[in-house]
Design a protein around this ligand. Structure first.
Ligand SMILES: [Mg+2]
Length: 236
């Protein structure tokens, strides 16, 4: 029942990285409460940052450019949030943005069944690829930190390859490197556009990883071939 090859996303599929931004920003801003006027300002800044970030990352062209320098993007988002509150303070904004980046980095965590699932899949002879967007240095550091290098037949990072998901060339190159047909591949990930819609267009199965059980919005036209909440389900 398993395919010839499986392509995995990295962030928020193999490791927890960027999930639950509301909670993470709240926790980070509490650390800066002494630098802010009062609790009201923490609340207002929290809302402003989330609004600015949503607007910032919803523009695909802008997102494609800035995801290669997420730390700088976060500084910019926090600067814009302060400006929106009519209290521009670029120095404090940059400290907050950098502290968020560092907090996120410290909190990266492997999903508990990730290694076991990858090792068991590999043992069955399925070819495995890791296909991740983001800068070379940051993504390579995650690959090393979580001992992923030896678990994949091919690792493709946007910052190294020069193109990111959902560009068709990304998936085409992976398939070619693995020596399999697109129709014999599954792609697994938490981003429906990158890991379900784009791969399906190329003839792959698109499997949506939904670890928090969020579900697709009722009006979503996306039809994943399968939805899983644990990676281990791939072997069931
Ligand atoms: Mg992801």
């Amino acid at each position: 029942m398993l395919p010839a090859a499986i392509l995995f996303d990295l962030d928020d599929t193999i490791i927890q990285a960027y999930a639950k931004p509301e909670e993470a920003w709240q926790r980070l801003l509490m650390r800066f409460s002494a630098d802010l006027d009062d609790g009201t300002e923490v609340t207002r800044l929290h809302r402003a940052i989330l609004d600015e970030a949503r607007g910032f990352w919803s523009d695909p062209a802008k997102a494609a450019r800035w995801r290669l320098d997420i730390a700088a993007a976060r500084r910019l988002v926090v600067r814009q949030a302060f400006a929106r509150l009519a209290k521009p303070d670029d120095a404090l904004a940059d400290r907050i943005g950098d502290a968020f980046t560092e907090m996120r980095r410290q909190e990266y965590k492997l999903y508990p069944d990730a290694h076991d699932t990858l090792d068991r899949l590999r043992a069955t002879g399925v070819r495995l690829a890791l296909v991740t967007n983001g800068p070379a240095e940051t993504q390579r550091a995650k690959v090393a930190r979580f001992d992923l290098e030896r678990r994949f037949d091919h690792i493709q990072i946007e910052g190294e390859f020069g193109k990111g998901k959902p560009e068709p060339e990304v998936y085409a190159h992976v398939v070619q490197r693995l020596g399999v047909a697109a129709g014999a591949c599954w792609m697994i990930g938490d981003n429906v556009e990158w890991e379900v819609v784009a791969p399906q267009r190329l003839g792959m199965r698109g499997i949506w990883y939904d670890p928090h059980g969020a579900g697709l919005p009722p009006e979503s036209p996306v039809r994943p071939d399968r939805i899983i909440s644990r990676l281990g389900e791939l072997l069931e």
